[in-house]
Design a protein around this ligand. Structure first.
Ligand SMILES: Cc1cc2nc3c(=O)[nH]c(=O)nc-3n(C[C@H](O)[C@H](O)[C@H](O)COP(=O)(O)OP(=O)(O)OC[C@H]3O[C@@H](n4cnc5c(N)ncnc54)[C@H](O)[C@@H]3O)c2cc1C
Length: 464
């Protein structure tokens, strides 16, 4: 048994980042992780493996569709799916190994096994119970399913996102249930690998919650890449055999019933907080009706000495949100002032083109009754984007109608996931659209499209 200032439960991006910051701030720190490797959902079965597959298949798409136009002739590469998965596993291994190195470097003890909290100030791992002045729960989330849909990742036919990263072969027909970020990213991967991909979504639009302009353009661009969409459809069940599946759904508009045949089905209907086995309810820790751990503005639960962060609490289920909370709660525990600005948390979809958003949408501002203006610029007017066949898409900035202060942005186009951070920094500093417009942007870069959108909030863009 050992005694710590802080024990963090869960070594995902929330937990391991928090552990590093705690150690940097002089707190004796341990982290508990039940998986074989560190890094949580994100590094093992989330952000990182999915981006590796998106990268590999993006290159395949380029070779098949754009190389010849650039004078690069010859046979397109063929897909060795086993090798592609090995590449993905290698990327995961490098990253999880990197986190293990960081734990050692910062003298953080990794307590291996599944933790429970038998009493305030105690963390049990296996047969050992450790003392902790403070406990941070960073236990993350797990995929959800639908009634009538049984996920069996080992079977490789009806799978969740974890199973979809490991399909034994590229399915001829893939049905994706859910048009959220995870469903579309993995759907894109398989579409590029040659699967016939149909996405079935309950809402009448894709990527719920996102800017409506982006939703429409994004759907059109994905359709151009071969993805099919069935919107406004409630899946009532999936019948699976050892080799195939049938997805039954009802269209909301007329209650008509339909069936899709599939070689594999990806259930991407969302995720829920994972807090099983921790013993939180027994200690009286309060939960929201959606099963999230309830915390205050300092990530404290209602039980003194127990804090929570990341996917296990309220807010967007994103790695960088978890990381920010991890650093902030460490500051709080070290007697400093941890802070997370929840108004400036970007969201990115790593398809091609990428999609990135931050701040308020038009719909939200209309609901709030706030007056705003829009500056929009198409990537068709951006020389660099056209050179890489990515003129589709746009940058859209939203600024306050009177003060010109940036309120939000939505970008669909090349490098959107990086471009969005110029707006994030601007928003953090209370920048106006004019501040962006007056900043010299290097030519030729995609970022010029951001500047042009800022100019569009004022006297007008140059290249439109
Ligand atoms: C396919 C996919 C793609 C994604 N892509 C992105 C992306 O591109 N960008 C992005 O920002 N987000 C992405 N996400 C979401 C991101 O992975 C999560 O938001 C993030 O991992 C949450 O971090 P966390 O630290 O809260 O929890 P997690 O990463 O879920 O980590 C929690 C860890 O706690 C451990 N644990 C739980 N209970 C215990 C216990 N009792 N004892 C010991 N250990 C325990 C778990 O084993 C797990 O390793 C993706 C998710 C998926 C599934």
């Amino acid at each position: 048994m050992a005694s710590y200032d802080v024990i963090i439960i869960g070594a995902g991006p929330g937990g391991y980042v928090s552990a590093i910051r705690c150690a940097q701030l002089g707190l004796k720190t341990a982290i508990v992780e039940g998986r074989e490797t560190l890094g949580g959902t994100c590094l093992n079965v989330g952000c990182i493996p999915s981006k590796a597959l998106l990268n590999a298949t993006h290159h395949l798409h380029e070779a098949e569709h754009n190389f010849a136009a650039m004078g690069l002739k010859g046979k397109s590469p063929s897909v060795d799916w086993k090798q592609m998965k090995a590449y993905k596993d290698d990327v995961v291994g490098q990253n999880t190994g990197g986190v293990e190195f960081l734990m050692k470097k910062n003298k953080i003890d990794w307590l291996k096994g599944w933790a429970s909290i038998p009493a305030v100030g105690k963390v049990k791992v296996g047969e050992e119970t450790h003392d902790a002045k403070n406990i941070v729960v960073a236990s993350g989330s797990v995929p959800t399913s639908l009634p009538g849909v049984e996920v069996d990742n080992d079977g490789g036919i009806v799978v969740d996102s974890t199973g979809a990263l490991e399909l034994p072969k590229v399915p001829k027909k893939l049905v994706v249930i859910g048009a959220g970020v995870i469903g579309l990213e993995l759907g894109s991967v398989y579409a590029r690998l040659g699967s016939e991909v149909t996405v079935v979504e309950f809402m009448d639009f894709i990527t719920p919650g996102m800017d409506a302009d982006v939703q429409r353009t994004f759907k059109k661009l994905l359709e151009k890449q071969g993805l099919k969409f069935v919107l406004g459809a409630a899946v009532s069940g999936v019948e699976a055999s050892k080799t195939k599946a049938k997805v039954n759904y009802k269209l909301k508009k007329d209650d008509s019933e339909h069936t899709l045949d599939a070689d594999a089905v990806l259930v991407a209907t969302g995720r829920k907080p994972f807090t099983d086995g921790l013993g939180l309810a027994e200690l009286g820790v309060a939960f929201t009706p959606r099963g999230q751990i309830q915390t205050d503005a300092h990530w404290a639960t209602n039980v003194p000495g127990i804090y929570a962060i990341g996917d296990a609490i309220v807010g967007p289920m994103l790695a960088h949100k978890a990381e920010d909370e991890g650093m902030a709660v460490a500051e709080v525990l070290a007697g400093k002032h941890g802070h997370v600005n929840y108004d400036v948390i970007p969201g990115v979809v790593y398809t091609s083109p990428e999609v990135a958003t931050v701040g308020k949408t038009e719909a939200q501002l209309k609901e709030e009754g706030r007056k705003f203006k829009i500056g929009k610029f198409s990537f068709m007017g951006n020389a660099r984007a056209k050179a890489v066949f990515q003129g589709d898409g746009f940058v859209k900035l939203i600024a306050d109608a009177e003060t010109d202060r940036l309120l939000g942005a939505a970008i669909i186009g090349p490098g959107a996931g990086d471009l969005i951070h110029e707006i994030c920094v601007g928003m953090e500093f209370g920048a106006s659209a004019q501040d962006i417009a007056l900043t010299c942007h290097a030519h030729p870069t995609y970022s010029e499209a951001v500047r042009e959108a800022a100019l569009a909030c004022g006297d007008g863009p140059i290249h439109a």
